[in-house]
Design a protein around this ligand. Structure first.
Ligand code: SAM
Ligand code: SF4
Length: 331
């Protein structure tokens, strides 16, 4: 049943839902999780596949058309391809994507493509094995690249995007190798500015390597031309002027794109977040398990979304980092 479109109090229509299917992860990226991991959400508190499917169905009837599955590491959730299959069959979802660290892609790429994932973002922060290990605390680059290679054999999975977090005094060295990678492979590379969502709460503004700095460094060697920005897009995309591939920059810190943000998030334990940097969350699991009907859930969702933050305040005096880190929110 079609319902009124989901809209916030600033007139923004919500079309994009990111669902964290687990807070657990097999990596320990410095900018996200501590080396020893985090206290995981109790298994009973994690939404079941059926609960996720019910909420996604409701969101889709309110106009959500893009669904991204993330985590933690979504591929460590047991039976994940079965969840994808359930969600792919929900009417109105026309884009079903997964963000993954790629470690289990060799095992799961085929099952995920068959189940209906039509876009993949794979996180790779360095193309050098030792530096990849330094950042992720896992010696896993060869396995991730092998997974990517396998994924690339499925035409349905393209375009495949590679995400690299941009950190000062680390990523400068990665800029040109990633530019060459983007020019010589079918993958579109995007740099994401380091955000204050690390579990260690050690982020400082000077650790952010801005997208503009990387763009300028690449442009000197391989000239770039800007593509028009699509509405609600997070990335500024550039094509190499000689026609060999594309590269993108997600600049939430230096060039926030809150103005036309159409995204909301659902955590693995069923809490709705209207911004990555939200300081409060709305519990949907309690009402869901307490027997709320769709009308009641719809009312709770609309009320929460109406209060979606106008913008984030990263870098401003008084900014407060959310208690949950990126892996627990669902990036
Ligand atoms: N585990 C999967 C992965 O790494 O792709 C999915 C979840 S991860 C939280 C989603 C994305 O958030 C990844 O691309 C990761 O690099 C990014 N990320 C994590 N912490 C970040 C931070 N503090 N600043 C910017 N991006 C971050
Ligand atoms: Fe795990 Fe992704 Fe966080 Fe790295 S960024 S620790 S892979 S959730």
């Amino acid at each position: 049943m079609e319902l009124e479109p989901l809209q916030d109090g600033h007139g923004r229509l919500i079309g994009d839902l990111r669902v964290s299917v687990t807070d657990r992860c097999n990596f320990r990226c410095q900018y996200c999780m501590p080396a020893e991991g985090l206290p995981w959400i109790e298994r009973d508190s994690v939404l079941t596949f059926e609960e996720i499917a019910r909420l996604v169905t409701l969101f889709s009837s309110m106009g959500v058309h893009d669904l991204r599955l993330t985590g933690g590491e979504p591929l460590v959730r047991r039976g994940f391809p079965r969840l994808v299959e359930m969600l792919a069959s929900i009417g109105g979802i026309d884009d079903l994507s997964v963000t993954t660290n790629g470690f289990l892609l060799q095992r799961d790429a085929e099952a995920l493509v068959r189940a209906g994932v039509n876009r993949f973002n794979v996180s790779v922060d360095s193309l050098q094995q030792d530096r990849f290990y330094e950042l992720t605390r896992r010696d896993a680059l060869p396995q991730v690249l092998a997974g990517l290679e396998l994924l690339a054999t499925f035409p349905e999975a393209h375009p495949i995007k590679i995400n690299a977090v941009a950190i000062r005094d680390f990523t400068e060295e990665e800029a040109l190798p990633f530019a060459r990678f983007a020019r010589t492979t079918p993958f579109e590379v995007r740099f994401i500015e380091f955000m204050p969502l690390d579990a260690d709460q050690a982020w400082t503004p000077d650790q952010v390597l801005s997208g503009e700095e990387i763009r300028a460094a690449i442009h000197e060697v391989y000239p770039l031309e800007a593509e028009p920005r699509e509405r609600s897009a997070t990335a500024r995309i550039y094509r190499f002027a000689d026609g060999h591939g594309k590269i993108g920059f997600i600049n939430p810190v230096s060039e926030p794109f809150c103005g036309d943000c159409n995204r909301i998030r659902l955590t693995a334990d069923g809490r709705l977040r209207t911004c990555l940097f939200s300081l409060n969350e709305t519990d949907l699991r309690g009402p869901l398990r307490g027997g709320a009907d769709d009308g009641e859930l719809e009312r709770i969702i609309r009320e929460a979304v109406w209060l979606k933050e106008l913008k984030h305040h990263v870098g401003e005096p008084g900014f407060i980092q959310p208690a949950r880190s990126m892996s627990a929110i669902g990036g």
